[in-house]
Design a binder for this molecule. Structure first.
Ligand code: ASP
Length: 612
């Protein structure tokens, strides 16, 4: 087949532009053949570009040359059409297409490029095999759905940039080739050719640089920043991901919260959706007490403290531990289950709680047990009043049987709340489809944002038997915890000036007010078990910088990929990243990672060994 050259032909419109007001107008469109229908003397080509699809008509009698070329055109061929817009005859309009009232009658058709038969058609809405989609990502991205997702992401990022610029933030790039940033993951390393045996680390976040920018007097920084973390990947993680990263000087927490609420509002508006700000706030302790988790899904009712409902006498008769809390929650829409399903559910809960006896096992009373077991009947009304179930809901009251042996809650007063909180979530997910609270309406009330504040500063690491930082080591403890000496006397009780933003049970981002004094930073490194030498070796440059008039500062980072995913209504992060990696951290299109040549390795002073 002979292909045509474009010559001086210029595109006048995009394939999604034309409407009936333009009837009679000469136009030039260019794009891909989405579908071709051959009716003999008439051939219809659906011409596609990023903006949409226009139907092109090729009439053998009126334009025999163009018609002959259309006979050769196949899906995904690249063509240019010169023709005239025509209003479709009554009854032939296609209400499902934005351009469905018109068609373009072609006078000329240029075949600019051909295409092999693609492994899947970009004209299809859904392609089941994700591996094939990722291998042929360039074809996958041609699909309307992906074009929409990429555009939503662009609009969201643009709105955030505009909002933050308007608030006096400057976007400043920070290096990719740097040294380790302690965000709790493994680093990706880049070997240095010039400095044998030395490595750059790709940033897990721009954390230290953004703090240094505050020391530099930049006042307000942001960056839509790529971060790299070598973690075991879960379905919803990518080894390189994008954060909306920001830092401000002299802030109160409120300033950070207002800034985030402002840019999220702009982002949601840019995607045609709404949200309600300011977002509610809750301390970490409250979150655990009410939801058993530090990222509560506020679409579900909180757990209910029933401790006082169970009097000392009652506990004695029912053989319930005297000192431990009794917590209840509502399982939504259980009433619609069959008897067999219900029994399976009860078995599942029993296994989850370890109710079959033995230390550490919990027991539970569900609606049926509360109503039928005589011992519990007097309680049932009080419990129902406290929990306010709807008619199809089931009640779940978790109790601790008295076993007289030390159990797992030792050392963690909130152990029961956490355990029950997880069970509550699992059950809610199970019934999510039936549960009206999970219905997606894309309206502001479906987005339940929440700020969680006052996280514990330290986390106990069972493997190393040491205290480690819960956020990162630059987070400031509460001033009174610092002054009271709790850092050494009771590390577990130290609260951080750290906060998370949570949406519908997912953490969207986290941040903190930072340490701005060198003496405090050194003390924290020590409390984290780092010797002064080690701290100097790893963060000497930063400790030095802190000594030159560092202003109080704080900031936050939110995952852009996740926000784009939510706003595009997409089921996974991969749907809003143009070139994502698989769960095994592989780029199937370019086939990375790959072994490299011996020469490259030699240049980098690296020898590889086979994994045993
Ligand atoms: N660097 C932190 C993170 O990536 C965010 C922050 O503290 O601003 O999670």
């Amino acid at each position: 087949m002979t292909l045509d050259f474009l010559g001086t032909l210029q595109r006048t419109h995009k394939c999604g532009d034309l409407r009936s007001e333009l009837a009679g107008q000469p136009v030039v469109l260019m794009g891909w053949v989405n579908r071709r229908r051959d009716h003999g003397n008439l051939i219809f080509l659906d011409l596609r570009d990023r903006t949409g699809i226009t139907q092109i008509v090729l009439d053998k009698e009126a334009s025999p040359v163009a018609h002959a070329k259309a006979e050769q055109a196949r899906p995904e061929y690249v063509v240019a059409v010169k023709g005239t817009v025509r209003k479709r005859d009554a009854g032939l309009e296609n209400p499902n297409m934005a351009t469905g009232e018109i068609e373009v009658v072609a006078a000329e058709l240029l075949l600019l490029n051909e295409s092999k038969t693609p492994p899947f058609s970009p004209a299809e809405d859904a392609i089941a095999n994700e591996e094939v989609r990722l291998k042929y990502r360039y074809l996958d991205l041609r699909r309307a759905e992906m074009q929409k997702n990429i555009e939503v992401r662009h609009r969201v990022a643009l709105a955030i940039r505009q909002y933050l610029s308007g608030e006096g933030f400057m976007e400043i790039e920070t290096p990719y080739m740097t040294r380790s940033t302690p965000e709790g993951a493994r680093d990706y390393l880049v070997p240095s050719r010039v400095h044998a045996g030395s490595f750059y680390a790709l940033p897990q976040s721009p954390q230290i640089f953004k703090q240094i920018l505050m020391i530099s007097g930049c006042d307000r920084y942001f960056q839509i920043a790529r971060c790299f973390r070598d973690e075991d990947l879960r379905a919803d993680r990518q080894p390189e991901f994008t954060q909306i990263d920001l830092e401000m000087s002299f802030p109160q927490m409120d300033d950070v919260f207002r800034t985030v609420e402002g840019f999220l509002n702009a982002a949601f508006l840019a995607a045609g959706q709404g949200l309600t700000a300011p977002f509610p706030r809750m301390t970490y302790d409250e979150a655990i007490r009410l939801y058993g988790i530090d990222k509560p899904d506020m679409r579900l009712p909180a757990m209910v403290e029933l401790t006082s409902t169970f009097s000392a006498e009652l506990r004695e008769t029912l053989k319930i531990e005297a000192a431990l809390p009794v917590v209840g929650f509502v399982i939504p829409s259980v009433g619609t289950m069959s008897g067999t399903q219900k029994r399976a559910l009860v078995d599942e809960i029993r296994t989850n709680l370890g109710s079959s006896g033995g230390a550490g096992g919990l027991d539970f009373l569900d609606t049926a047990r509360l109503r039928t077991n005589e011992a519990f009947v007097p309680l049932a009304d009080a419990i129902a009043a406290a929990m306010q179930p709807e008619s199809a809901d089931d009640l779940m009251v978790v109790i601790t049987p008295k076993l007289g042996t030390p159990a797992k809650w030792n050392g963690d007063a909130m152990w029961i709340h956490k355990k029950v909180g997880l069970l509550r979530l699992e059950l809610a997910k199970k019934f999510a489809d039936k549960h009206k609270r999970f219905e997606k309406k894309n309206a502001a009330e479906d987005y339940k944002f929440l700020w969680v504040t006052d996280f514990p500063f330290f986390e106990w690491d069972e493997t190393t038997k040491t205290w480690t930082f819960a956020h990162h080591p630059f987070t400031s403890p509460h001033e009174d915890d610092l002054m009271s000496g709790r850092l050494t006397s009771d590390p577990g009780a130290v609260r951080a000036l750290a906060y998370d933003i949570v949406l519908n049970g997912t953490e969207l981002g986290s941040g903190s007010i930072r340490i701005h004094r060198q003496d405090v930073q050194s003390e924290i490194f020590r409390a984290l078990g780092m010797s002064d030498e080690e701290a100097k070796e790893r963060f000497g440059f930063f400790l030095d910088a802190l000594e030159y008039g560092t202003p109080p500062h704080g900031g936050i980072a939110l995952g852009l990929d996740r926000i784009a995913m939510i706003l595009a209504g997409a089921p996974s992060l991969r749907e809003v990243i143009a070139f994502p990696k698989t769960a095994k951290a592989i780029d199937l299109m370019v086939d990375a990672p790959t072994p490299v040549s011996d020469i490259q390795l030699r240049d980098l002073h690296i020898r590889t060994v086979a994994r045993s």
